[in-house]
Design a protein around this ligand. Structure first.
Ligand SMILES: Nc1ncnc2c1ncn2[C@@H]1O[C@H](COP(=O)(O)OP(=O)(O)OP(=O)(O)O)[C@@H](O)[C@H]1O
Length: 268
C-alpha cells in the first residue's frame, strides 16, 4: 500500500541485468514505503539485491520496471536530499577531516563562515573535534567512518542511504559506531535506509527491519522493532531484543521460498 506521506516509496520495482543472452532478475516487483524520519534496516542473503535497491534509491541505477519516489517525486538521478555512505569511507585522503566535511558545502557554494560553522557542528556531533585537522590516513577505520557520517550530514540531506557502512570494522568498533549513529540520529532525525549483513545490527538500529530473499530479490519479511525503546546496552541485552533477533535470524537463515509478506502501513 502506498501512502502519500511516505518519504521514500518503492513501487513495484523490478531490475534485470543482461547475463550473456539471458537476463538476470536482481529485484522482482519490490514495493516498500518508508516514513519520514524512520530508520529502516535491510538484511538478507548475499545477492538478494540490497545494493541494487540502494543504488536505485541513490539514483545510480534505473529500475527496469516500477519506480522509486522521494517526497512523491520519481528518482531520476543523485540529489542533495539523499546522502550516501558506503562501506569504504570514500574520504579524500589529501583533505583533513574538516576539509572533507566541508567538501560538499564548498561544492554547494555555501559561504565560508557558514561552511566552517556547519562542519564544526557535525564534527562535534560525531565526536571528532580533536581530529578536525587530521588527515584520514592517521585515523582508525571507525573514525574515518564517523568522518564520512559527518560529511554526509553536513550537506543536510533529509535521507541517509547507508550500504554496509560498518561492514569493514571490528566488532567492538562496530557496536560503538552503532550507538554513535543512533545518538546522532536521535539528536537530528533523518530518514535512514541502512543495509547490513549483521542481524544484531539490523535489530539494534531499526524502527523496522526488512528481510529480503534472493533469486529473485524481493521483500521476504518485515519485522517491526518500534519507535519507543531506548537503544542502549539494556535494550541490547533484553529478552525483547533476543526475541526480535531470533525472529530476524530465522527469517534470514531459514527462508522457505514463500513470497513477500504484505507490508504494514508505516505512516499511521
Ligand atoms: N551491474 C550488474 N550486472 C549484472 N549483474 C548484477 C549487476 N549488479 C548486480 N548484479 C547481480 O544482481 C544480484 C544482486 O546484487 P546486489 O549487489 O544488489 O546484492 P546484495 O544483496 O547487495 O549482495 P551482497 O550482500 O553480497 O553485497 C547479484 O546476483 C548480482 O550478481
Amino acid at each position: 500500500m502506498t501512502s502519500t506521506a511516505a518519504k521514500i516509496s518503492v513501487q513495484g520495482v523490478t531490475k534485470t541485468f543482461a547475463l550473456g543472452r539471458d537476463t538476470f532478475t536482481a529485484l522482482d516487483d519490490l514495493s516498500l514505503d518508508i516514513a519520514d524520519n524512520e530508520f529502516v534496516t535491510v538484511v538478507g542473503p548475499s545477492g538478494c539485491g540490497k545494493s541494487t535497491l540502494m543504488n536505485i534509491l541513490a539514483g545510480l541505477e534505473e529500475p527496469t520496471a516500477g519506480r522509486a519516489l522521494v517526497d512523491g517525486v520519481p528518482v531520476s538521478g543523485p540529489g542533495p536530499e539523499r546522502g550516501v555512505i558506503f562501506q569504504q569511507y570514500a574520504l579524500f585522503p589529501w583533505l583533513t577531516v574538516r576539509q572533507n566535511v566541508e567538501f560538499g558545502l564548498r561544492t554547494a557554494r555555501v559561504p565560508k563562515a557558514e561552511r566552517r560553522e556547519r562542519a564544526e557542528h557535525f564534527i562535534g556531533l560525531v565526536g571528532l573535534e580533536q581530529f578536525a585537522d587530521a588527515l584520514p590516513k592517521t585515523l582508525s577505520g571507525g573514525m574515518r567512518q564517523r568522518c564520512a557520517i559527518a560529511r554526509a550530514y553536513a550537506v543536510n540531506p533529509s535521507i541517509l542511504l547507508m550500504d554496509e557502512p560498518f561492514g569493514a570494522l571490528d566488532a567492538l568498533t562496530r557496536v560503538k559506531l552503532q550507538e554513535q549513529l543512533l545518538d546522532t540520529w536521535s539528536k537530528d532525525k533523518r530518514t535512514v535506509l541502512f543495509i547490513t549483513h549483521d542481524v544484531d545490527e539490523a535489530v539494534f538500529l531499526a524502527n523496522r527491519v526488512i528481510v529480503m530473499a534472493a533469486r529473485p530479490g524481493r521483500v521476504y519479511d518485515v519485522i517491526e522493532v518500534g519507535w519507543d525503546d531506548a537503544r542502549d546496552e539494556d535494550f541490547r541485552l533484553s529478552t525483547e531484543f533476543a526475541a526480535l533477533r531470533n525472529r530476524v535470524w530465522h527469517s534470514v537463515y531459514h527462508q522457505d521460498g514463500r513470497t513477500a509478506a504484505p507490508l504494514p502501513s508505516t505512516t499511521t
